[in-house]
Design a protein around this ligand. Structure first.
Ligand SMILES: *Cc1c(COP(=O)(O)O)cnc(C)c1O
Length: 359
C-alpha cells in the first residue's frame, strides 16, 4: 500500500474474477457463452470504420439505449448502459450510496456486492440462505435498508418469484431494490415489468451471458427515468465516454437480433437439462438451476478433488473457498459436445456411483 491510498480503501477486498488462462482449456468457470454472438455483430466488427475510430463515441449511447428500449418496451429515458453490468452496478452505488448506508444481500451470492459494500464503506448485512440455498424473502421484506439480489442467484442458480420481489419493493418505497438479472434469460421470471409500477426498483442485465458478448463489456439497467438521469449525471461527471463505438454498435446489433438470441438460449437450456440428468446418474446432487450453469456436489468425492482432477484434464470450473459451499462446484454449460467431454471426464473421476471412497 502506498502512502497515498485513502484510509477508506485500506480494508477493501477486490473481487477475484474467474481465471482466464492462456492455452487450450475447456473454460467453464465464468459463465461465458460458448456459442458465437449474433452474426449481425460479426458484420459490425468486420465493417467497423477504421477512420471513424478517431472520433469519440456517443456519450449518451442513444443507439444502444433505443435498441434495448425497443426490445423491452421502454423509452430510452428508462435505460442506462455501462461497461458491463459490473460498471452499471458501480454507477448505481456511486450515485445512491454513501458511507454508513445500509444494504442487504445473501451470504451466498455474487461476490461483487460485498466488494462494492466494502469499497463504499456501507453497513452491509448478509442474510444466510436456507440449507437448501433458497433465499428467505421475509429477511429482505422486513429489513430496514436497501437490498441487492441476483435473480436467479449466482452461484446457486435458484430464482425467486416476481411476487416475492414485489413484496420487498412495495414494503418500503424509500428503499432502493436492485435486482441483478444477469441470468434471467435462461429461466426464472423477469421483474422488469414492475419498473412501470415502482420508482424504487432498478433492474440490471448484461450482454455477457445470453448474448455472448462478455468481451465487449455491455451491461444495462432499466428503472424509473429519474433514477436513470441521476446515474447519467454521475456518469458524465466520471467517465462520459464509458462505452466505445464498437460496444454501442455491436450491442445494438445483438439486441435487435432477437431470433438468434432466443435460439441460443433454447440451445443452452436443452444442453443444461440433459447435462443435469446425466450428472444425477453419476451420483451428483444437482441444484435445480435456472441458469447457464449448474451447481453440484458429490456425496463420495470432495469438490476440491474433482476440481483438481478436471484441471488435470484441462477443464476449468469454479470452486469456492467459502465454508458453506466448499464442497460444491459451479460448471458453466457450454455446447453439447463440450458438455459430453466434461461428462466423460467426470465419469472417469467419480467412477461408479456405488463406489464409496471419500477422496
Ligand atoms: C456475470 C455476472 C455479472 C457481470 O456482468 P458483466 O456485464 O460481465 O459485468 C453481474 N452479475 C452477476 C450475478 C453475474 O453473474
Amino acid at each position: 500500500m502506498s502512502y497515498f491510498l485513502l484510509d477508506d480503501y485500506a480494508n477493501m477486498e477486490p473481487y477475484l474474477p474467474g481465471e482466464q488462462p492462456a492455452g487450450k482449456w475447456i473454460k467453464l468457470n465464468a459463465n461465458e457463452s460458448m456459442l458465437p454472438p449474433s452474426p449481425a455483430v460479426k458484420k459490425i466488427f468486420d465493417e467497423a470504420e477504421y477512420d471513424g475510430m478517431g472520433f469519440y463515441s456517443d456519450p449518451h449511447c442513444h443507439k444502444l439505449r433505443i435498441a434495448i428500449g425497443d426490445v423491452y418496451g421502454f423509452d430510452e429515458k428508462n435505460i442506462f448502459v455501462g461497461n458491463g453490468a459490473d460498471e452499471v452496478l458501480a454507477f448505481c452505488m456511486m450515485s445512491f450510496f454513501r458511507k454508513g448506508m445500509k444494504i442487504a444481500f445473501p451470504d451466498i451470492t455474487y461476490d461483487f456486492y460485498r466488494t462494492y459494500a466494502t469499497t463504499y464503506g456501507l453497513d452491509f448485512k448478509q442474510f444466510p440462505v436456507n440449507d437448501d440455498f433458497t433465499i428467505n424473502v421475509d429477511d429482505y421484506v422486513n429489513y430496514d435498508g436497501d437490498v441487492v439480489l441476483a435473480n436467479p442467484n449466482n452461484p446457486t442458480g435458484l430464482a425467486i418469484s416476481v411476487d416475492d420481489i414485489e413484496r420487498i419493493v412495495k414494503k418500503n418505497p424509500e428503499r432502493m431494490v436492485i435486482i441483478d438479472e444477469a441470468y434471467i434469460d435462461y429461466g426464472g421470471e423477469s421483474c422488469v415489468p414492475l419498473v412501470r409500477k415502482y420508482n424504487n426498483l432498478l433492474v440490471v442485465q448484461t450482454f455477457s451471458k445470453s448474448r455472448a458478448l462478455a468481451g465487449a463489456r455491455i451491461g444495462f439497467a432499466i428503472a424509473n427515468e429519474d433514477i436513470i438521469s441521476d446515474m447519467n449525471k454521475i456518469k458524465f461527471a466520471f467517465n462520459p465516454f464509458n462505452m466505445s463505438t464498437l460496444a454501442i454498435d455491436a450491442g445494438s446489433a445483438a439486441a435487435r437480433d432477437v431470433d438468434y438470441w432466443k435460439k441460443c438460449i433454447n440451445e443452452v437450456r436443452r444442453t443444461r437439462d440433459d447435462f443435469k440428468k446425466d450428472l444425477r446418474k453419476l451420483g451428483f446432487k444437482v441444484i435445480d438451476t435456472e441458469t447457464n450453469f449448474v451447481f453440484i456436489t458429490h456425496p463420495n468425492y470432495r469438490a476440491e478433488y474433482i476440481f483438481a482432477e478436471l484441471r488435470k484434464r484441462h477443464i476449468l470450473v469454479r470452486h469456492y473457498n467459502q465454508e458453506r459451499i466448499v464442497n460444491y462446484l459451479r460448471i458453466t454449460v457450454g455446447s453439447f459436445d463440450v458438455m459430453l467431454k466434461v461428462l466423460y471426464a467426470l465419469k472417469d473421476i467419480v467412477g461408479d456411483p456405488d463406489e464409496s471412497t471419500y477422496k
